[in-house]
Design a protein around this ligand. Structure first.
Ligand SMILES: NC(=O)c1ccc[n+]([C@@H]2O[C@H](COP(=O)([O-])OP(=O)(O)OC[C@H]3O[C@@H](n4cnc5c(N)ncnc54)[C@H](O)[C@@H]3O)[C@@H](O)[C@H]2O)c1
Ligand SMILES: O=C(O)C(=O)C[C@]1(C(=O)O)C=C[C@@H](O)C=C1
Length: 366
């Protein structure tokens, strides 16, 4: 057995082949990550052209009769997870089966009901990484780098199955986090499902904006609404699969929305301040990069002419400052052929970054 960077730091048992069922955004990304780690990857999908596309991207090869995967990763839409997982367990009596679905209690309940004797070989998973795009062409092997990957063992799970899923998460660059399927669903209602629904409501108001108003869209509205561009069919299924936890939280949000309407309408600055401060505290409560504590960050804005080579030059100059760039975003000036780069850096290092960039001729501000 080969040693890999697996979660427990012990000997790796994940040797492959790994089969991916559902080679869309998530499935093809897992396949690419496994392939680039040298693991043999078998691909299946209800849509033959998706397998061809994923194969063309170097994600693996089509599964054939006689193939015997060690681990099967189900990456189909939430409404089909249960049936596809059960079929995979029954047709592959020696394989461990996991999935990457956004809900965890309902697929497990389906397996318990329809294939109880195979339940020990199923351990669910959920990488907290994705995008508003779908399909194999949106995939990248780097999707999971440094991202949390929930692994959700249950009372009857075989520990060897759990270990294999932990290893898959680590092999893909993710950070495996163990929690029960029920805890997982409560957690993602708060960190993913309700945020998505809120983004949809805010973005929905943009769709009916009066002519000319959207010209004033800055980075803020883009930050708040990005995920709302995701496939409504997928998110409808995700939310339906976690309806109880989501409705409980939406009810809390509704109460707060009523408080906010009253505070703004009555000019009650103190009541509004309480809600705004709670929101600010929430943003600070989100763990920082690689799951560590958040560090205070600042943005250095840099004007970049929209011409080839400028971004490379900017990053090279920024590198000379010795300051690490924690994140980058780009916004486009609606009236001029320039972009505004937002370089997110540690607050303590922002002045240094700005000074170095200005000394090299960039227009930068904070
Ligand atoms: N999109 C995200 O950001 C994200 C992030 C984490 C987890 N997930 C979860 O990953 C899963 C896949 O989502 P995605 O974004 O990759 O979707 P996607 O639409 O990009 O891919 C889904 C793939 O599954 C295939 N498929 C559908 N039904 C099938 C079936 N019965 N048998 C075989 N193949 C089938 C489709 O043809 C498609 O290729 C979902 O369960 C979703 O909840 C999504
Ligand atoms: O980054 C995004 O685009 C995502 O929405 C990814 C995201 C999330 O909410 O964080 C969306 C749904 C998944 O189940 C997991 C991850």
């Amino acid at each position: 057995m080969e040693k890999t960077g697996n979660a427990g730091g012990g000997l790796s048992t994940l040797t492959g082949p790994v089969e991916i069922i559902g080679v869309g955004l998530l499935g093809t990304s897992v396949a690419l990550a496994c392939s680039s780690a040298g693991i043999e990857v078998l691909l299946s999908d209800a849509v033959a052209s998706h397998v061809r596309t994923a194969t063309g991207l170097g994600a693996g090869r089509r599964r054939k009769d006689g193939d015997q995967p060690q681990l099967i990763v189900v990456a189909v839409p939430p409404a089909h997870l249960g049936e596809v997982i059960v079929k995979a367990l029954r047709e592959n009596p020696d394989a461990v089966v996991t999935d990457v679905g956004s809900v965890k209690a309902s697929p497990l309940a389906y397996v318990r009901e329809h294939s109880p004797r195979d339940v020990s070989r199923y351990v669910g998973g959920h990488p907290m990484a994705g995008s508003e795009r779908s399909g194999p062409l949106a995939a990248t092997s780097a999707l999971f780098e440094g991202r949390p990957w929930a692994v959700t063992p249950h009372a009857d799970a075989d520990p060897r199955a759990t270990q294999l899923v932990d290893e898959l998460a680590a092999l893909c660059g993710g950070v495996p986090l163990s929690l029960s399927p029920e805890d997982h669903d409560q957690a993602v209602a708060r960190t993913s499902h309700v945020p998505h629904l809120m983004a949809a409501l805010v973005a929905g108001r943009l769709a009916v904006a009066p002519e000319g108003h959207l010209g004033l869209s800055g980075q803020g509205v883009r930050d708040v609404t990005r995920v709302a561009a995701g496939d409504p069919g997928l998110y409808g299924q995700i939310v339906a699969g976690n309806a109880r936890a989501v409705t409980d939280l939406l009810t809390e949000v509704r109460a707060q929305l009523d408080e906010m309407i009253a505070a703004v309408g009555n000019g009650d600055a103190a009541a509004l301040d309480v809600l705004l401060k709670e929101g600010q505290a929430g943003t600070r409560a989100i763990p920082g990069k690689h799951g560590g504590p958040q560090t205070a960050q600042a943005i250095v804005y840099v004007t970049v002419p929209d011409e080839p080579g400028n971004l490379a030059r900017l990053f090279a100059d920024a590198g000379e400052s010795g300051v690490n760039i924690e994140d980058v975003r780009i916004d486009h000036d609606p009236g001029r052929p320039v972009g505004v780069m937002e370089l997110v850096v540690a607050e303590t290092a922002a002045d240094q970054m700005q000074a170095v960039l200005e000394s090299r001729g960039w227009v930068a501000h904070r």
